[in-house]
Ligand binder design. Structure first.
Ligand code: ATP
Ligand code: MG
Length: 300
């Protein structure tokens, strides 16, 4: 049923185990035993602080972008990048797949990446360029990225539901879903399908959070934007997925293209403990990079 590890059992709900043909009571017993054998239980705030200290951070490749989100992407929570086509969401995802493999002293987690690709967007060539620019062993780097192509939203859900064993066996330290919403958006059209779409998205996001917590991994999702024709002031775009995606993404970054080629503007739209803010980075042949003084730091 997709539960291959104690960690995923420990974070399951009794209802999820029902299809196994066991009683709710039995299911609860199984979950309690699983929880007992790994450390997941009620915690006091001081212990919570200790648990937070196990959170690791991953560099984006741009110091400005890292600083904007408090020093890089965090494990155990979901970071969402949203923006229009070409804004750099997938490029960042590629870069993170390389960076995750860096040793901690270079801003990585020394681990592998799982890339759930829903738009046939993954390009090994880009990984090669980025790895080369960081002076890494290209063969090693490409071996440490597991790509799973998702053909439909149900397939996408299925892949994540069954990811726990792959995560454990391959030292996966980051799970990417690029794009989180594209399949849902194209498959669920019309108001009457909205409730079902949101319900499925909600479950999918929660699965991702639980995997991120159970295995102390980074979780990244990308999301497109929809234009709001009735907005006259401010940004007339908003991310897909409504409240569900907004509430389950812990850190949300809105990416925009700038007037000048490779420069991108990132806006921190929501974070559990950081103020909103903006910063620039650039996307070049080498990947995500810091905008240097010489690049004239003009915006928009
Ligand atoms: P979508 O919503 O269509 O998925 P996205 O936000 O994922 O869009 P990306 O694919 O991340 O967009 O960005 C594509 C852009 O990245 C290109 O338009 C280009 O500006 C830049 N880019 C891609 N490859 C290179 C490269 N090799 N060298 C320089 N810039 C590149
Ligand atoms: Mg993309």
């Amino acid at each position: 049923m997709g539960f291959h590890t104690i960690e995923s059992l420990a974070t399951a709900t009794a209802r999820e185990l029902e299809p196994a043909g066991i009683s709710i009571k039995k299911a609860l017993d199984v979950i309690r035993l699983a929880r007992g054998s790994i450390s997941l239980s009620f915690v006091r705030a001081d212990e919570l602080l200790k648990q937070r200290q196990s959170i690791l951070r991953l560099t984006t490749g741009s110091k400005t972008l890292d600083d904007l989100i408090g020093g890089g992407l965090e494990t155990q929570s979901i970071t969402e990048f949203y923006g229009e086509y070409g804004s750099g969401k997938s490029q960042i995802c590629h870069q993170l797949c390389v960076n995750i493999q860096l040793p901690p002293e270079r801003g990585g987690l020394g681990g592998a990446a799982l890339y759930i690709d829903t738009e046939n967007t993954f390009h090994t060539e880009r990984i090669v360029s980025m790895a080369q620019s960081l002076g890494l062993d290209i063969e090693e780097v490409v071996k440490n990225i597991i790509v799973a192509e998702a053909y439909t939203s149900d397939h996408q859900i299925f892949l994540l539901e069954n990811a726990d064993r792959i995560i454990k066996e391959n030292n996966i330290r980051m799970i990417i879903v690029d794009s989180l919403t594209a399949h849902f958006r194209s498959e669920y059209v019309g108001r009457e399908t909205l409730a079902l779409r949101q319900q499925k998205l909600n479950k999918h996001m929660h699965k991702l959070i639980r995997l991120a917590r159970a295995f102390n991994t980074i979780a990244v999702v990308t999301n497109q934007v929809m234009s709001k024709p009735d907005v006259f002031f401010g940004d007339a775009v908003h991310p897909i997925g409504g409240h569900i995606v907004a509430h389950t993404s812990h850190t949300r970054l809105y990416l925009r293209k700038s007037a000048r080629g490779p420069v991108r503007i990132a806006r921190l739209v929501s974070s559990p403990y950081l103020p909103n803010g903006e910063g620039v980075f650039k996307i070049t042949e080498n990947g995500v990079e810091e905008v240097e003084e010489g690049d004239e730091k003009r915006r928009r």
